[in-house]
Design a protein around this ligand. Structure first.
Ligand SMILES: C[S@@+](CC[C@H](N)C(=O)[O-])C[C@H]1O[C@@H](n2cnc3c(N)ncnc32)[C@H](O)[C@@H]1O
Length: 222
């Protein structure tokens, strides 16, 4: 794959290239604060379809007549693409978790989020009330240097029993990123074996990002 395949010559890994193995969560937030005004334009030029696919997958699981009632938490919400796509499908009760103040400012302008939590997931911090959400979604944020495998536990903790945890990520990150390779699915399987959640969907989707495949997981919390 050409590293400069974005329409505007943007590198496929324009964000990951700014991260190295020693980058701390607060340094990552600083990086996002710096690039936040370019995020939407660059992601669009790289044909980032993850948020649209996320909204499609969630809409398939939630009938239209329930979409104004269900509570959705968009984790690592960035500038608010996932919430905006969900809003177009009739979801109106959407909250966000996002550690970068810069990204959060842009998210605020979407007008589709109610409560906003500026925090990291996966490092022990959690100010979101437990058992609160019918749908907890993360999209595009399980990648190198971002959310650790432990972030899954946070998502389960804030979902209601019977709620859905929806995860979308680049397939190559699942298979090759040091953080997730042999670890993420092993953890998910362990949670299934110990009756924490039940897998409802695992599938590969085309054209998730930059014409590359993505992986979608949907689990129901028990
Ligand atoms: C590539 S952006 C994706 C944003 C959005 N979900 C989307 O699809 O456009 C990754 C986001 O993850 C956030 N992030 C990184 N590490 C995080 C963590 N440990 N907990 C929560 N958010 C995190 C970043 O601040 C950034 O906004």
């Amino acid at each position: 794959m050409d590293k400069r395949s974005g329409k505007d010559g943007v590198s496929v890994d324009w964000i990951l290239d700014l991260i190295n193995p020693g980058t701390s969560p607060s340094q990552l937030t600083h990086i996002y604060d710096q690039i936040c005004t370019k995020y939407d334009k660059n992601a669009a030029s790289l044909n980032y379809e993850g948020p649209a696919i996320a909204a499609e997958e969630i809409a398939r699981m939630i009938p239209e007549e329930q979409r104004q009632q269900v509570r959705v938490l968009d984790v690592a919400a960035g500038t608010g693409w996932v919430g905006s796509q969900l809003h177009q499908k009739g979801f109106t009760n959407i909250d966000a978790v996002e550690p970068s103040g810069g990204m959060m400012n842009i998210l605020n302008n979407t007008g589709v989020y109610t409560r906003k939590y500026q925090e990291f997931i996966g490092f022990g911090q959690c100010t979101v009330a437990k058992d609160s959400y019918d749908v907890v979604v993360v999209c595009g944020s399980l990648c190198r240097g971002h959310i650790p495998v432990e972030g899954i536990n946070y998502m389960i903790q804030v979902a209601k029993p019977g709620g859905l945890v929806v995860i979308l990520m680049r397939k190559e990150c699942l298979l090759t990123a040091e953080e997730y390779k042999d670890k993420l699915e092993a953890h998910m399987d362990h949670l299934q074996k110990t009756n924490v959640w039940q897998k409802e969907v695992k599938k590969t989707v085309a054209n998730y990002f930059c014409g590359k495949e993505g992986t979608v997981f949907i689990y129901r919390v028990l």
